[in-house]
Design a protein around this ligand. Structure first.
Ligand code: FO1
Length: 329
């Protein structure tokens, strides 16, 4: 079975651990968000790609959910001693090696796809990890300040401001010129199942959908498309997705996020045989919500309620199985 999943960072990675465990023989392709990417100290950093790679490769810091296991921050401390920031982005010593290799390969002319494949040769995540695009797309956030409106990089808004300053607008800078990375459209067109893990619907899933061609590829795939709500009882399970949803005037509820993704209009999720592809204009056939949100309805989407907390891999395996059942595969 060929499964394609769109994924951001921590929530997406946890979900993928369950998908890989539930379907050890499946060919899983992950289309990873690169909108969080940032250049610091001359190094290109890809937080969501690295989080998927480290989590599935066994190198992740499980207490942080990002960065490396058994990490030290000696270089970061030395940079701080020189008064060189930003202090709000924790750069670990082991993690730095990943950024050095990536930056060196990009400078040598390799694409982000090639770099990601090379880094995954070490980590062996047990799935294919593709960047959404090899072109630079960065999420920036427009905020109001005393001096008027200005844009800050998503990471500064997320980490230094803790998303506490309201986002007037969230922009995928460069998206309009970006092309899907090699293999991305094919992975959506030829999947047996497309999954939307409980990643941030705006800055992770939304950023991926901002790449021209990707939304249409989801609308048009013959595979069933099933998503998992990242919102339970009106709150994000982790992170600050509510601050992102407010920026696009979407309520922080499982139903509102499901409606935001929209139904493909195939009605029953089973098979989603591409009949009237795009009839609903949205991208979902099925939507899993937590039992706390039982009764949620989304036009044109088959909604199913079941416990959604990914407390451990076994719990996540059950969620993946429920998604398979909802998809009718
Ligand atoms: N998240 C934090 O909360 N604090 C950090 O200092 C931090 C550093 C960091 C470094 C490398 C990396 O790959 C991820 C890092 N993250 C950090 C997570 C990152 O900001 C988020 O994973 C996403 O970009 C938002 O989902």
């Amino acid at each position: 079975m060929k499964i394609t999943a769109l994924a951001g960072g921590i929530g997406g990675s946890r979900f993928l651990l369950g998908a890989r465990a539930a379907l050890p023989d499946a060919e899983i392709t992950v289309i990873g968000n690169t909108g969080d990417d940032i250049t610091l100290h001359g190094l290109r950093i890809c937080p969501d790609l690295d989080t998927v790679m480290y989590t599935l490769g066994g190198g992740i810091s499980t207490e942080r959910g990002w960065g490396r296991h058994a990490e030290t921050f000696t270089v970061a401390d030395e940079l701080a001693a020189y008064g060189v920031g930003p202090a709000w982005f924790g750069l670990g010593d082991r993690d730095l090696a990943t950024h050095l290799v990536r930056t060196q390969m990009l400078a040598a002319g390799y694409s982000l796809t090639d770099v990601t494949a090379a880094l995954c040769q070490r980590w062996k995540p047990g799935l294919r990890l593709l960047p959404m695009s090899d072109d630079r797309v960065e999420t920036h956030v427009v905020i109001e300040t005393d001096e008027g409106r200005r844009a800050v990089h998503f990471q500064e808004w997320w980490l230094r401001m803790r998303a506490a300053t309201p986002a007037r607008e969230i922009i995928s800078v460069g998206a309009e010129k970006a092309r899907p990375a090699p293999g991305v459209l094919d992975a959506l067109a030829n999947a047996d199942l497309v999954l939307l893990p409980p990643s941030n619907p705006v800055v992770s899933i939304g950023s991926i959908l901002a790449v021209p061609g990707l939304r249409d590829a989801l609308i048009g795939t013959p595979a069933p498309v099933v998503g998992v709500s990242p919102i339970i009882s009106g709150a994000p399970v982790r992170g600050m997705a509510d601050a992102c949803l407010r920026a696009i005037s979407v309520a922080t509820t499982a139903g509102a996020v499901g409606a935001h993704y929209g139904g493909r209009g195939h009605g029953a999720a089973a098979g989603g045989a591409g009949a009237g592809a795009g009839a609903g204009g949205g991208i979902l056939d099925g939507w899993l919500v937590d039992t706390a949100d039982t009764g949620t309805e989304v036009p044109g989407v088959t909604v199913k309620a079941r416990p959604l907390l990914m407390t451990d891999v076994e719990a996540t395996v059950e969620i993946v199985r429920a998604a398979l059942e909802l998809a009718g595969v």
